[in-house]
Design a binder for this molecule. Structure first.
Ligand code: HEM
Length: 173
């Protein structure tokens, strides 16, 4: 079954305008994450007020590039390798997915519909994201060449770029 890209995009567009938009969604994401998975709380240094903007910018980049694997895959590999520095473990990925899908469901149910198809679409998309990120987290050295070809250092950061989660330095930030 292929991913329903239109539904993914439509729901994300709705998330930006409904129920307080991405700020409300992002703040709720971290509030629930820390409540339900308190063991990950100490990993986060950046306050949720700032961190949620990065997360949502990154989700937005992923949704934008979902049909461009040549761009998306190196982006996700680099992000996973950066997350090693943040002490993220592979077992955290399903927790973050569960949390994101649950808060998205709450968010979109307030002013409109949230369907099983929407849930399945987001779960499928995030399962793929997790698989791609974990393959790099498991073996960062294997991806050094791919990262270099896409402007990333072996540690997943970009030289002189404080915003590595932005999809491409050429795109508007
Ligand atoms: C869909 C998967 C994920 C996305 C899109 C995502 C996105 C981001 C972004 C954009 C940043 C900003 C820094 C950077 O880009 O290097 C970040 C930082 C971080 N993420 Fe994630 N992340 C994901 C999964 C996870 C998971 C599974 C964990 C585990 C708890 C996690 C924990 C962290 C931590 C601890 C930071 C550093 C926060 C700080 O600066 O204090 N992330 N993430």
């Amino acid at each position: 079954m292929s991913l329903n890209v239109n539904l993914l995009r439509e729901t994300f567009e709705r998330a930006k305008i409904e129920n307080g938009g991405v700020t409300a969604l992002g703040m709720r994401f971290y509030a629930r994450l820390f409540e339900k998975y308190p063991s990950v709380r100490p990993l986060f240094i950046t306050p949720p007020e700032e961190q949620h903007k990065k997360l949502l910018a990154s989700v937005s980049a992923i949704v934008a590039a979902v049909e461009k694997p040549d761009v998306l895959i190196p982006y996700l590999h680099a992000m996973a390798i950066r997350h090693l520095k943040y002490k993220t473990e592979n077992t955290h990925y399903p927790a973050v997915t569960e949390n994101l899908v649950t808060v998205l469901a709450e968010h979109l149910s307030k002013e409109g519909k949230w369907t099983d198809e929407m849930r399945n679409t987001w779960e499928a998309a995030l399962a793929t994201v997790n698989k791609i990120m974990i393959e790099a987290a498991d073996n960062p050295v294997k991806f050094a060449e791919e990262l270099a070809a896409n402007g990333f250092e072996p540690n997943g950061f970009r030289k002189n770029d404080p915003r590595p989660w932005v999809l491409s330095p050429e795109l508007p930030k």
